[in-house]
Design a protein around this ligand. Structure first.
Ligand code: LMR
Length: 394
């Protein structure tokens, strides 16, 4: 049977983790996979998460099944966090899913049930896993213009012109905030225009919200999502708790659907639950119960928001330091965009030879498209990194 198979391509982001681990140079720097690291280079367990886990350990009464949609308290708390009052909840349904990826997967399957073989329009470029998920779900993928390599900002006019040409039956995958891989994001005024375009064309917005709170704050980062939900009859959102709660390996996310009315929401949700049942039956509870415990408790929630703000502020400081270090050394503003970008990543716009050079000569690891994980920059090595980047493009 298996002789029919040929080798599948590896995942370029996860493969880097292995390469980095195998590098014995003590001076190596990991700017690869999107995992937050503190000033000691550690991906910490948040203190609010620890406390929630301790509470759960003493309070948990059963390990019986939760049901296909998962932890109901988690679902309700995530809707409050993400949607606020942007949309009538009677039109909304939510199902807990394994991570942002699991949420994307079940929602893409849902799209394929509604419109088999529909086209998902993704930003150019987008997260490396978007296309495999869409294609694996039976959908087609096309791109819309997004990143301008010259300015390292969003090519907004081109993006909007492309979205304006879409129609009902098309799906537009948007990064709700903290664009991965570029770090270049839409302004509130640009989100307003995107929302108007979607309302006009009838294309379905599908929002990947994997980094809520990692950009400028929970409320500012939710602006685009809420604006779109307030403007269109139907939408999908894949929420992830991996980064903002630091729960990477717990695989916790939420698949959210917004339908025209409550009746349509029930029908659509029945299909979503049917997809989940046939895929993994029901989601695991641990990460969901942590998030529910934190969001429902005023003290834990305040603590979590403070910890999230610390992570966000640290990334902004690192951005400013790296941009300043390169400016000082090169006497040019060519890398000032790093300080303007938001979220975990910036796309440096280096040729692949420079990326390879950085890895071979300096032990600096980034994905081949020159995406860097800002949180991976050791604060005391910013100068070394600036030197290495400049040497690699000389
Ligand atoms: C990333 O983009 O590095 C993260 O989202 C981790 C992943 O699964 O790719």
């Amino acid at each position: 049977m298996f002789e029919t198979l040929s080798k599948a391509p590896g995942d370029k982001i996860l493969a880097l983790m292995g390469e980095y681990a195998a590098d014995s140079r003590p001076t190596k720097i990991d700017l690869g996979v999107g995992v937050y690291k503190d000033e000691k280079g550690v991906t910490p367990i948040m203190s609010s998460v620890r406390k929630a886990e301790q509470r759960m350990l003493s309070n948990e009464k059963t390990k019986s099944y939760l049901g296909i949609a998962g932890n109901k308290g988690f679902g309700a708390a995530v809707l409050d966090l993400v949607l606020a009052d942007s949309v009538d909840r009677a039109r909304v349904r939510v199902a807990q899913a394994p991570g942002g990826t699991g949420s994307l997967w079940v929602l893409m399957q849902l799209v394929n049930r509604a419109r088999p073989g529909a086209t998902v329009h993704v930003s150019d470029p987008t997260w490396a896993n978007h296309n495999p998920i869409a294609i694996g779900s039976g959908l087609k993928v096309a791109t819309y213009p997004y990143f301008d390599p010259a300015t390292r900002a969003v090519k907004f006019d081109d993006m909007l012109a492309a979205l304006d040409k879409l129609g009902a039956g098309d799906v537009v995958l948007l990064h709700g905030c903290c664009h991965n891989p570029t770090g270049a994001n839409l302004s509130d005024a640009q989100w307003d225009q995107v929302a108007q375009s979607l309302a006009r064309t009838g294309a379905l917005p599908f929002i990947d919200l994997a980094y809520l709170g990692f950009g400028d704050g929970i409320e500012p980062d939710a602006y685009g999502t809420r604006k779109i939900l307030a403007s269109v009859p139907e939408a999908l959102i894949a929420f992830s708790g991996s980064k903002n709660f630091g729960l990477y390996r717990e695989r916790i996310g939420a698949a959210i659907l917004v339908a025209r009315d409550g009746e349509q929401a029930d029908v659509t949700n029945s299909q979503l639950l049917n997809i989940i049942r046939g895929a993994y039956s029901q989601p695991p509870d641990h990460g969901a119960e942590i998030i529910r415990t934190i969001l429902e408790d005023a003290d834990l929630r305040a603590e979590w928001e403070t910890e999230l703000a610390e992570m966000r502020d640290r990334m902004i400081v690192l951005r400013e330091k790296l941009a300043a270090a390169i400016r000082e050394r090169s006497n040019s503003s060519d890398f000032d965009f790093v300080a303007d970008h938001r979220g975990m990543f910036s796309l440096l716009g280096l040729p692949v030879e420079s990326v390879d050079h950085l890895k071979a000569e300096n032990g600096v690891y980034m994905t081949s498209d020159s995406r860097i994980n800002i949180a991976g920059i050791p604060e005391d090595r910013v100068g070394d990194l600036a030197d290495a980047v400049l040497a690699a493009i000389r």
